[in-house]
Design a protein around this ligand. Structure first.
Ligand code: C2E
Ligand code: MG
Ligand code: MG
Ligand code: MG
Length: 285
């Protein structure tokens, strides 16, 4: 009696796996078509200097606009792009989109920082450095305009990551560890990498001011950043209380709904230029 049940359960599981694999294959095909048909768009989330209370840049966040009009978030399609080997083409498209949206602005505003998310696969070849060089040459943006964001997964192949990071930083591009604290971060390998920023993951920011054990981790993360001499960016800041806490703990930059949701580039640029107006920025000459 038990045998058929186990058999059916096994068959059902196999069918589910097959279905998932089929769905991934068809999504990969749709991604490929989407790249061809220019279906990807970027939104830009404002990056704020906590002390100055001013917008100093933005992070480019990818969206996939399907022909049906549906807007798909990166958490759904980036993993498929990674598994199907399309991710380096997606990253190339991101650079093209940043050039289209922000190239001229960056050339005129050397102080504006644009954050670009790289995938682990991007760090496995020098091609990404060439692509960024091309981006800089075509736009007239400066290396200091760019913050490249890498998750801890990108350090799995440490030697090649190190090579790419050194090439980028050698040009004056700043490098951030993204989603910090969600992967396996060990001081021992972080100490061997030269980086600029540590982005504290939203899950830790959420815990600030609560009794949850996670809230204590924020303190450890901040101590780690100081030990490694990294500046900090907090992600997912939603409340004034969180911002105040971060400010008193010398966190330099923050992103989150408190400051702005991902928006068209022109709106983020407007935020940055309105912050520079003397009436807003106290003490400006
Ligand atoms: P991330 O780089 O950590 O980006 C932050 C994510 O948190 C974004 O989600 C953003 O919309 C969301 N977020 C920001 N502030 C708040 C807040 O105050 N509250 C809440 N609840 N959420 C907030 P999004 O745009 O869905 O991106 C998800 C992830 O997808 C990104 O995480 C990044 O890892 C990846 N991603 C996005 N764009 C790209 C890309 O161009 N290339 C690659 N490789 N990955 C990308
Ligand atoms: Mg990021
Ligand atoms: Mg992040
Ligand atoms: Mg995150």
């Amino acid at each position: 009696r038990l045998v058929p049940v186990g058999l059916f359960a096994g068959l059902a599981a196999a069918a589910a796996i097959l279905l998932l694999a089929r769905r991934q294959t068809s999504m990969a095909a749709a991604l490929r078509a989407g790249l061809r048909r220019d279906e990807f768009v970027l939104l830009y989330q404002p990056l704020f200097d906590l002390r100055a209370g001013a917008c100093v840049g933005a992070e480019a966040l990818l969206r996939w606009r399907r022909p049906t009009g549906e807007l798909i978030g990166p958490d759904l399609f980036i993993p498929v792009a990674e598994q199907s080997g399309l991710i380096t083409r997606v990253t190339a498209r991101v650079l093209e989109l940043v050039e289209r949206d922000a190239g001229g602005y960056l050339a005129r505003h050397p102080e504006f920082h644009i954050g670009i998310n790289l995938a682990p696969a991007d760090l496995r070849s020098h091609a990404i450095v060439d692509a960024i060089d091309t981006f800089l040459a075509r736009t007239g943006a400066r290396p200091a305009n760019l913050i490249v964001e890498i998750t801890e997964r990108g350090f799995l192949d440490l030697d090649s990551a190190r090579t790419v990071i050194a090439a980028l930083r050698g040009r004056g591009i700043e490098v951030a560890i993204d989603d910090f604290g969600t992967g396996y971060s060990s001081l021992s390998y972080l100490e061997t990498l030269d980086l600029d920023f540590l982005k504290i993951d939203r899950s830790f920011i959420e815990a600030i001011g609560t009794d949850a054990p996670t809230s204590q981790v924020v303190g450890h993360i901040m101590a780690m950043a100081r030990t490694l001499d990294l500046r900090m960016i907090a992600e997912g800041v939603e409340s004034e209380a969180q911002a105040a806490f971060l400010r008193t703990h010398d966190v330099h930059y923050a992103q989150g709904w408190l400051f702005g949701k991902p928006m068209p580039f022109a709106d983020a640029a407007w935020l940055a230029s309105s912050a520079r107006r003397p009436s807003v920025q106290a003490g400006a000459a």
